[in-house]
Design a protein around this ligand. Structure first.
Ligand SMILES: *Cc1c(COP(=O)(O)O)cnc(C)c1O
Length: 334
């Protein structure tokens, strides 16, 4: 696996901790639960996009870019980490944000991630729901070029093969940490959206020659669509790493049972999972991704999908800043 030869600009605090969730494991009476703290990557409150941006923005710097642009929802954690990374590297940043989710809610429109985008001096363009965001990114890049700028467009979620390298690196880190702790990981579970995180983990474990199952809990698509998306990107990532061994479809698993009504729309199970994790572990999850992933984990444990001696690692991909944007979903806190 040719990871070391590929340029990376350091933006994160790694290795992030791998810690037991003792009280949550006890309360659920299931397997041993561990948490990989990628909410602690450090960049303007952290999250999984930081690892991807280390590879993407290294390329931007090599190409002599002066402006970074990307796209996402108004409360995009990816856009926020991109804005912070650009600030750190002295690059201009422009964000295309789609008005998805809780339209008309003042917290959603102004607090959470979008507040931090503005603090980091990103220029924010709001676009109506259902805009073709990739096409809008192309258009903006062309406009910037016409103005004499040197734009670098980061894809939605930072999810291309280069971005996924961040999670190849994380797979290696997690493997080493688990070896040092003497923990056999039976499953790694996390929220999956634009697919780069899962694709990178799957490619990383495959490249290391270890068979650790990775289960993506969907936040926007059905399981089959998500598996296709992850598999395609994992194969592209292995190609970039010059790994020749084929990747079978069976290595990619997704669960679409916890999406609810759609991306960014709260579910009762998400609210319960966010509260339980805060109360038992003092760990903050988020309403859009990790809250739904944890709701999935809790449900799977309750359905006895695991044995007591198994080790399940929950990859915390960040996003707790979004709690402030979704304050009204947590109004009835008992
Ligand atoms: C983007 C994001 C994810 C999903 O990761 P992908 O690589 O897009 O699949 C999960 N959790 C949080 C908090 C995110 O911001």
């Amino acid at each position: 696996m040719q990871l070391e030869g590929i340029d990376r600009v350091e933006l994160s605090h790694t290795p992030t901790p791998l810690e037991p969730m003792t009280r949550l494991s006890e309360a659920l009476g299931g397997p041993r639960l561990w948490i990989k703290r990628d909410d602690c990557t450090g960049l303007a409150s952290g999250g999984n996009k930081t690892r991807k941006l280390e590879y993407l923005l290294a390329e931007a710097l090599e190409l002599g870019a002066d402006t970074v642009l990307t796209a996402g929802a108004v409360q995009s954690n990816h856009a926020r980490q991109t804005a912070a990374a650009a600030a750190r590297l002295g690059l201009d940043c422009q964000l295309l944000l789609e008005e998805a989710g809780a339209a008309g809610d003042a917290d959603y429109a102004h607090s959470g991630n979008v507040l931090i985008d503005r603090l980091c001096r990103a220029r924010v363009h709001l676009l109506p729901k259902d805009t073709d965001m990739e096409a809008a990114l192309d258009t903006l890049a062309n406009e910037l070029r016409a103005e004499g700028k040197r734009p670098y467009a980061v894809p939605v979620g930072g999810s291309n093969a280069r971005g996924a390298l961040g999670y190849v690196r994380c797979a290696k880190e997690l493997w080493e940490q688990s070896q040092n702790l003497g923990v056999d990981m039976d499953l790694v579970l996390h929220a999956t959206g634009s697919a780069g995180t899962q694709a990178g983990l799957v490619a990383g474990f495959a490249g290391l020659g270890v068979e650790i199952p990775v289960l993506g809990v969907c936040v926007s698509r059905s399981a089959t669509e998500q598996e296709d998306k992850v598999l395609t990107l994992a194969r592209e990532t292995l190609e970039l790493l010059e790994v020749k061994a084929p990747l079978s479809r069976g290595r990619v698993r997704a669960n679409g049972d916890y999406v609810g009504e759609g991306y960014g729309i709260p579910t009762a199970e998400m609210v319960a999972a966010v509260k339980l994790t805060a109360r038992l572990e003092g760990i903050l999850l988020d309403p859009v991704y990790t809250g739904k992933a944890m709701a999935g984990l809790i449900d799977l444990v309750q359905k006895s999908s695991f044995r007591e001696t198994q080790n399940v690692v929950f990859l915390h991909t960040g996003g707790a800043v979004g709690l402030f944007a979704y304050r009204s979903s947590f109004d009835s806190i008992e």
